[in-house]
Design a protein around this ligand. Sequence first.
Ligand SMILES: Cc1cc2nc3c(=O)[nH]c(=O)nc-3n(C[C@H](O)[C@H](O)[C@H](O)COP(=O)(O)OP(=O)(O)OC[C@H]3O[C@@H](n4cnc5c(N)ncnc54)[C@H](O)[C@@H]3O)c2cc1C
Length: 276
Amino acid sequence: MPGEAFDDMLRAASELRPLGIDAVFTRLGENVTDAAEASAVTRHYLEVLDAIAAKGIRCEPSIKLTQLGLDLGEEHAYANLRALAERSHATGNYLWVDMEQSSYVDVTLDLTRRLKAEFPRVGVCLQAYLYRTKNDLPALVEQGIGVRLVKGAYKEPPEVAYPKKADVDGNFFALAVAMLEGLGRKSGFRPVFGTHDLALIDRIRAHAERAGLAARDIEVHMLYGIQRAEQGRLVKDGAIVRVLIAYGAYWFPWYMRRLAERPANVWFVVRSVFTG
Ligand SMILES: Cc1cc2nc3c(=O)[nH]c(=O)nc-3n(C[C@H](O)[C@H](O)[C@H](O)COP(=O)(O)OP(=O)(O)OC[C@H]3O[C@@H](n4cnc5c(N)ncnc54)[C@H](O)[C@@H]3O)c2cc1C
């Protein structure tokens, strides 16, 4: 994290631009169960969208529906999400919806599809560890909803998710191939790969080259501060790179929860200190 305040995020995003890297931003937080707090989060994002437009920074929001009050009811979250999509659209931005635990996948996809019926530049995160993702993907491609494919960060039971890393990686590649096949469709589908797995990225890029796609057809999103050298190399090779910048005072509980859910995440953070 570049800092707790959204000004820190904006500063970090503007510093990335000369390197040819754009940003995605998110304010840490999840599972808001108080309506006033969900409204405050929404107002905050509206303010940031305006600041980004005023400063001409290339920075796309990525939002968790539980932060907008999903646990208070679907319509509650949708009203807040819609307000963000409206402002995002008015300021020429693109709105990403994060994917949370597997129990939220149906509602997240439903609300994203609803949003897409009204606003053109909308995308959602899909998780390669879920068995269902291969069935969720085709409809999103057809509807031109952007997909940011990630491995998946939550602890999920083997009934819904591949328990073995090798299977998650294999599924990620298969889904990436299907996503690249969706490029060039009239729907305007936007495929994005959200990973730091260099071997996987190279494999996807090699496949894209064999399929006759351009280097610019590969868009990779990574976390701020991780794999910096690799981000630069990808830009040099012609790929599109965005970096997800998180900010907010909620970082400590958020981080502890990530660790509790998936202890492997500690290595992810520790290693980045030395290799990022
Ligand atoms: C932009 C973005 C958005 C995301 N959004 C969501 C979301 O909405 N929902 C969700 O469930 N998850 C999300 N995630 C998290 C994601 O699911 C993974 O938990 C996280 O990205 C780690 O997986 P990985 O694909 O990078 O590779 P891993 O399998 O964790 O690591 C693969 C390889 O990458 C390299 N690597 C990993 N970490 C580091 C490091 N710190 N420093 C150097 N090399 C490293 C190593 O070589 C490692 O072997 C998001 C991730 C990103 C980058």
